[in-house]
Design a protein around this ligand. Structure first.
Ligand code: DX5
Ligand code: ZN
Length: 218
């Protein structure tokens, strides 16, 4: 059985106050903190890199940093992220198609958990050969790059396929998750829930987080 894990996306936080925003999410029941790393090349947006992760971890050493690397050549950043204190290093298979196996080993050797992300148009079959060698598959439910988009429902079929084959795998969904579609995500088999806009905009983030958690636990 898998555990429900809620990972608020810090992309929707006030970046000028990142450390306190992260702590606020933990105080409201967050299990992990989702850190969206974008390089302006793999996706049309730029966010943060290893130096910010390092400063964050120095102030919040107990936070589990779920780092989602939307970057070309993810292998270049493994050592920097390990040194920065990243707990999970999730890379996109579209950016690592020629060296996926080696990259998994490199991340493990560096002491981090390994996740593989797939974009909405990438078939789930791409990730299947690696699913039993990694800690998590991230099924993107929007095109990566920006928060606040609408969930693409067809992506949830990929969660179903994965859950049928791997009952114990962490399956993360990311993009457009709302209180109104969390049940659909949970029924499809997702147990790690990323949500930015909805949690950060809510006057009661603890309520949103517990609603998400209860839906996955059902
Ligand atoms: C999008 C990011 C997501 C995003 C989710 O590329 O990977 O983590 O911030 O935000 P919402 O919940 O607003 O769709
Ligand atoms: Zn993300």
């Amino acid at each position: 059985m898998v555990t429900p894990i809620i990972s608020p996306s810090m992309l929707s936080s006030n970046f000028a106050d990142l450390s306190n925003e992260g702590q606020r999410m933990i105080d409201n029941g967050a299990d992990w903190l989702h850190m969206d790393v974008m390089d302006g090349h793999f996706v049309p947006n730029i966010t943060i890199g290893a130096p910010v992760i390092k400063s964050f971890k120095a102030t919040r050493p107990h936070a589990f940093l779920d780092c989602h690397l939307m970057v070309s050549e993810p292998e270049k950043w493994v050592d920097d992220f390990a040194d920065a204190g990243a707990d999970m290093f999730t890379f996109h298979i579209e950016a690592s198609i020629d060296n996926t196996g080696l990259l998994i080993e490199k991340i493990k050797k560096a002491g981090m958990k390994v996740g593989i992300a797939i974009k909405p148009k990438t078939p789930v079959e791409w990730v299947l050969p690696y699913a039993d060698k990694i800690d998590m598959v991230l099924v993107m439910t929007v095109e990566p790059g920006f928060g606040g988009q609408s969930l693409i429902e067809s992506c949830l079929l990929k969660c179903k396929t994965l859950r049928e084959k791997y009952p114990n795998l962490n399956i993360e969904v990311d993009g457009g998750i709302l209180v109104s579609n969390i049940d659909q995500c949970a029924e499809a088999g997702a147990n790690v829930i990323v949500s930015g806009t909805v949690i950060f905009k809510s006057p009661e983030p603890a309520k949103v987080i517990s609603t998400f958690k209860e839906s996955v636990a059902k």
